[in-house]
Ligand binder design. Structure first.
Ligand code: EPU
Length: 417
């Protein structure tokens, strides 16, 4: 079992280019299936989730070539309509394949996506939307057997919650459907915009992304294109939290400042100085680390749930009390118990977590139980006295490309065993 060993107490300093966004790369890889010619995706991060997506595409009959961060997907031989359970279980976002396979082949058979660590994650919004677009879905002992009579057709879909994955599934299924689809109460996350940009370059007619109402006029076919994945705003926020807690001085390049605007107030409140210019953000903490008062997770442009754990880690060493309210997932505080092992003072009550800042954290053995929670343990470990050992690295590797190499270049003492 591999583990990260961190000897904390060194300020994070230097410059780092931010990787491509996992949550954008995954649905874009899926979208490439819809095309009738190859696509090349640039800035595709080297992550186990990206590997898992490529394995599904290969299984479906696509030819995948990867050179560094460039992935070429040739979907011309894709003729399989099922996804085996072991591939489906690797990651929840595989549910977005359902819309794409139904649109391409008129039928699909997949199992329910991976059991998840963030609490119950139903797919009712995905299924209801796809049914409205003309997919007939039968549930059979954990499997979804789907078929389309004729071609998918446009619909006016009103979502009760702006689900990111369901918005993507609808866009993919509707891109080549007959007629016009509208999504009301669509997710507005920047990753949705990036997926739509890819699809537009392929010939799709999608407007309104970034707003609550998205309109998709179905086209008869999509051709492959070249696309560069947007920068990962959550990885950026994680390294910023690590800078805040260690009293460092970090410049991140290749970021989109607008995407980071929901998290910046937390860093200002914590006493960090921030300077931005173009695609660069510079963060430094010279004075005392202060608490972040209230963090309420919300759909974009609210504070992202994915940044909650790293910012909580930063607040464990701040002067004062920080209060977190997790509104998106039911069970996204598992990292709190592990942070407590490092000496943090955190009380969790339902969707609320209260962090009383403490002067020192102390190295200990901790286990990552989900992706962002795992990153939070690394953030805390970088500021803890002595040695922190983090296990459960497969969670962290889903979303952070070479985390120990990146942090080492910034002066951290961290290595993998
Ligand atoms: N929900 C339903 N029914 C549905 C779909 C969602 O009740 O049919 C609920 C979920 O249970 C959850 C909430 O709606 O409580 C939000 O879920 P959403 O569908 O928006 O999330 P997702 O598409 O499953 C993506 C990201 C997550 C990120 C969320 C929220 C990907 C691959 N995953 O998940 O990223 O937390 O949006 O922004 O894009 C991560 O990267 O660590 C991660 C978990």
């Amino acid at each position: 079992m591999s583990r990260l060993i961190i000897e904390g107490g060194r300020p994070l300093c230097g410059e780092l280019r931010i990787q491509g966004a996992k949550n954008s790369a995954l649905p874009i890889l899926t979208s490439a299936l819809l095309c009738d010619s190859p696509s090349i995706i640039h800035n595709c991060p080297d992550l186990s989730d990206v590997e898992a997506s490529c394995s599904i595409l290969k299984y479906l009959g696509c030819e995948i070539t990867r050179v560094g961060e460039n992935v070429c997907i040739d979907p011309s031989g894709a003729d399989k309509f099922d996804i085996p359970e072991d591939l489906m279980r690797e990651m929840r976002s595989s549910i977005v394949f359902l819309g794409a396979i139904c649109a391409k082949l008129g039928k699909a058979r997949i199992s329910f996506p991976g059991g998840c660590e963030l609490g119950p994650r139903p797919i009712d919004l995905h299924l209801s939307a796809l049914k409205q677009l003309g997919v007939v879905i039968e549930e059979d002992h954990g499997w979804l057997n789907c078929h389309v009579d004729g071609r998918l057709h446009g619909a006016n879909i009103v979502m009760s919650f702006p689900s990111v994955g369901a918005t993507e599934n609808i866009m993919l299924a509707a891109a080549t459907a007959q007629g016009t689809t509208t999504i009301v109460n669509a997710a507005r996350e920047p990753e949705i915009d990036d997926v739509a940009d890819f699809l537009r370059q392929c010939g799709a007619k999608i407007s309104g992304t970034g707003e609550s109402i998205i309109t998709i006029e179905g086209v008869s076919h999509l051709k492959g294109c070249e696309h560069t994945v947007m920068p990962d705003r959550i990885v950026a926020a994680t390294y910023m939290a690590a800078t805040g807690i260690t009293g460092g001085d970090l410049t991140l390049t290749g970021v989109n400042i607008r995407h980071l605007s929901p998290v910046l107030p937390a860093f200002f409140e914590a006493g960090c100085e921030i300077y931005t210019e173009g695609d660069l953000i510079h963060i430094q903490r010279r004075g005392p680390l202060k608490s972040v008062k209230y963090v309420r997770t919300m759909p974009y442009p609210g504070f992202p749930t994915d940044a909650q754990a790293p910012i909580m880690a930063m607040s464990t060493k701040a002067y004062g009390t920080s209060i977190f309210i997790e509104n998106i997932f039911e069970n996204r505080y598992k990292h709190a118990a592990e942070l407590v092992r490092l000496g943090a003072n955190i009380k969790v009550e339902g969707k609320v977590a209260i962090v009383e800042g403490t002067e020192n954290l102390f190295g200990a053995a901790v286990e990552a139980t989900d992706l962002r929670g795992g990153a939070a343990l690394v953030v805390a470990g970088l500021a803890a006295e002595g040695k922190t050992v983090v296990t459960g690295l497969h969670h962290i590797d889903r979303g952070y490309a070479g985390i120990e190499a990146e942090l080492s270049t910034l002066g951290a003492k961290i290595y993998r065993m």
